[in-house]
Ligand binder design. Structure first.
Ligand code: BES
Ligand code: MG
Ligand code: ZN
Length: 489
């Protein structure tokens, strides 16, 4: 799929040569590319500004039937994300035009003042991620992904980075897997069904799998998971995936919220808030896909994935506001809002992982609160951690992969908002403000002193609008970030 190519650009076989162009400076060093870029000078409609596009056909002596120029804006504003975006855009444009292969020219490292790897890697990612279509449920498949995406580079770069395209594919396949799962409608990913789907792929990668069913969860006292599941005829699951390389010294636990549909339960969500709630298992998808990619990347750390899968529905059997339940760790919880269900299933999964696997670090990923979307919008995740060093590492990985995280506070004096008159804790804040923070504080009550971070991905997990390298639906947010992070922990 992804390949680095070198040679005489004029002679290479491809449906389109794609040249990214800046508005103020030449980005390329290759003579052929510079000559072709010169052809845009007479075109008034193309200045190389961000978003500019120009296609020229049948240029003399060029084997490719078309050259597409894409504007990147001002040279000093170009970064990894704009390179990712321009390649995604090129791929999506060519898919719509029914092309089969493209050749994207990589800008020069010297001119951009960036390491060559920091140029090519995001370009490979943007192109690969942009080449994904979710059309499983359409009878007529109008468009098809490209068959070949090539990158035109200098010979030395092709030699030095020959392994990079396949590394990028390994990680980005994880992102696409997560996207597919998130976009899958809830009637095709009920907890049991979804657990099986994940387990069958995990098995191929030789991950160790435990798939706890309803009876087991009941016997072991997973009271929180069971309370959220009570309203649905589709029974819950807790899936544990383990990557256990020889000689591993550290254990990292990843916990992902897996609400396969969030109706809100008895505190039923209104129309307008229900329609996209198939995406409420995006944390679970990110964790499972990360383990599957990690099994191929083979980092030296042990990784435990804990994935509670539950459907949150209203019914005569559902948990009621005011109900008090006992979680896996023995704490009692007053359920004051059945729509604050994510923190309940996470509390049990976290308690289990801490007890059974004693991780050095625990990171949970969850579409936890609408309040986090209010705070940071739809493209930035909220990062909560009392551990400065861990938080900084996550922010660095997030910067690298373009999956942005913004650190949020965990103020001690807000804890009192979670006090319950009757139980150890309430799942609902007594204030209507700061909901992302109080949700994170609720989780922290189950952590004890393990190094911990919580990433609220309610905003960026799903997109209702096509972006440069992601179609409508699940974005796979978090997979590339976690894959980068586990190699650095
Ligand atoms: N799954 C939702 C959070 C969510 C909202 C995710 C929008 C993605 C987009 C979560 O379970 C929820 O319902 N949270 C409530 C919490 C409240 C009842 C304390 C919320 O955000 O309103
Ligand atoms: Mg909810
Ligand atoms: Zn939810």
């Amino acid at each position: 799929m992804l390949n680095l190519k070198t040679g005489d650009l004029y002679k290479l076989q491809t449906d389109a040569v794609v040249i990214p162009v800046a508005e103020d400076e030449q980005l390329h060093e290759n003579e052929r590319v510079i000559f072709l870029t010169g052809k845009t000078e007479t075109a008034r409609e193309f200045k190389g500004a961000r978003g500019d596009e120009l296609t020229l056909y049948n240029l003399p002596s060029l084997k490719s039937p078309r050259v597409i120029f894409l504007g990147l804006g001002k040279k000093n504003k170009i970064d990894a994300e704009s390179l990712r975006a321009v390649c995604g855009k090129a791929v999506r444009k060519c898919i719509k035009n029914r092309l089969r292969s493209i050749m994207i020219a990589a800008p020069s490292s010297g001119i951009l003042g960036m390491e060559i790897k920091d140029i090519i890697e995001p370009m490979l990612e943007g192109a690969f991620l942009g080449n994904h279509l979710f059309n499983k449920y359409k009878e007529e498949k109008k468009n098809k992904p490209l068959e070949k995406i090539n990158f035109f580079v200098e010979p030395q770069i092709m030699i030095n980075f020959s392994g990079l395209p396949s590394q990028v594919e390994t990680v980005c396949k994880g992102t696409l897997l997560a996207r597919e799962w998130v976009s899958t409608p809830s009637n095709f990913k009920k907890p049991e069904q979804f657990a099986k789907i994940i387990a069958s792929i995990a098995k191929k990668e030789n991950l160790i799998i435990k798939n706890f069913d309803y009876k087991y969860l009941k016997r072991l006292g997973f009271g929180s998971i069971l309370a959220v599941a009570a309203g649905s005829r589709n029974k819950p699951r807790l899936l544990i995936l383990k990557y256990d390389p020889k000689g591993a010294k550290k254990t990292i636990a990843l916990v992902g919220k897996g609400i396969t549909f969030d109706s809100g339960g008895i505190n039923l969500k209104p129309s307008g808030s229900l329609e996209d709630m198939k995406m409420d298992m995006s944390g679970a998808a990110a964790v499972a896909a990360t383990l599957i990619s990690a099994a191929k990347m083979k980092p030296k750390v042990r990784i435990i994935g804990a994935i509670p899968l539950v459907e949150n529905m209203p019914s005569g059997d559902a948990a009621r506001p005011g109900d008090i339940i006992t979680g896996y760790n023995g704490k009692t919880i007053e359920i004051n809002n059945t729509d604050a269900e994510g923190r309940l299933i996470l509390a049990d999964a976290i308690s289990y992982v801490l007890k059974e696997h004693i991780p050095d670090i625990l990171i949970d990923v969850a579409t936890l609160t609408g309040a986090c979307v209010v705070a940071l919008g739809e493209k930035i995740a909220g990062l909560f951690s009392p551990d400065d060093e861990l938080a900084e590492k996550i922010i660095q990985s997030a910067k690298k992969t373009g999956e942005r995280c913004w650190r949020m506070p965990l103020p001690e004096d807000y804890r009192e908002l979670l006090k319950s008159e009757f139980a150890d804790i309430s799942n609902m804040s007594s204030s209507k403000w700061g909901g992302a923070i109080t949700a994170a504080l609720f989780l922290s009550e189950f952590i004890k002193d393990t190094r911990w971070a919580h990433i609220d991905i309610a905003g960026p997990a799903y997109t209702k609008k096509e972006t440069d390298y992601c179609g409508v639906g699940g974005t796979g947010f978090g997979v590339r970030l976690l894959c980068d992070l586990i190699q650095k922990l």
